[in-house]
Design a protein around this ligand. Sequence first.
Ligand code: RET
Length: 261
Amino acid sequence: MPTLSIGQFDLVYNSFSLVIAVMGAAFLFFLLSRSTVAPAYQRVLLVSALVVGIAGYHYLRIFNSWSAGFVLIDGQYVASGVPFNEAYRYVDWLLTVPLLLVELIAVLSLGAQRRQSLTLRLVIASALMIALGYPGELTLAVGPRLFWGTLSTIPFLYILYVLWRELGDMLKSEPVRVRVLVRNLRLLLLASWGVYPIAYLLPLLNIDPALSLVGRQVGYSLADVIAKPVYGLLIYGIARLKTEMDLAQQLREAPVAVAAD
Ligand SMILES: *C/C=C(C)/C=C/C=C(C)/C=C/C1=C(C)CCCC1(C)C
């Protein structure tokens, strides 16, 4: 672990603290908002709550691990000898990344068979992506980091392919307003998920190790806020819109049914 200035240590410390607050607030919001969407979409909000709940818990552990990892000596934060535990983050991702994809699939109107096939493939690919990245995260050596990073990028690209190619075709059966929201959601996913491999590559760029460590931790934290609570909010927006459209549909059909009687 490199030696950090007070400012560098605090930046990471405060980022982790902020993420805990955001995840906690989002957890409550998703749980309490369940009654504002049709029963068909309530499960989606439960998954969103689960994702930010799991992330909030892991950020508590990450925060404590960060605090224990350094001691303040003569105005500088020096490694305490207790290693900063990067595993919390990867265990978190292993659980939350598949759930984020389940969230997306659950809010779309797909047939059971398509849903099952999509879920299975995306869950496996996302778990592989995280598991293959982990050995590389544990080392700062260029060779292994690149090797595992490249392997992890293969399922990453597969996920993007499925979301753009296959999901793009399925979206044609969704109403235009829903389609626009799902397209925006997909862009938000790409923009936030794209930060992780960039942050992962920082140690290879020959920059100051302290800067690289701080940049990676702050980068992962910001990306987690966009990829989990903000993403969950957009999904909530889709669930709300679909709830309204379903209601409007029922109202349109109701008088006809009465007249037919
Ligand atoms: C909430 C957490 C999320 C959405 C985490 C996403 C993580 C990734 C998209 C990570 C991708 C990686 C690569 C594509 C290559 C290098 C190793 C990883 C694991 C950082």
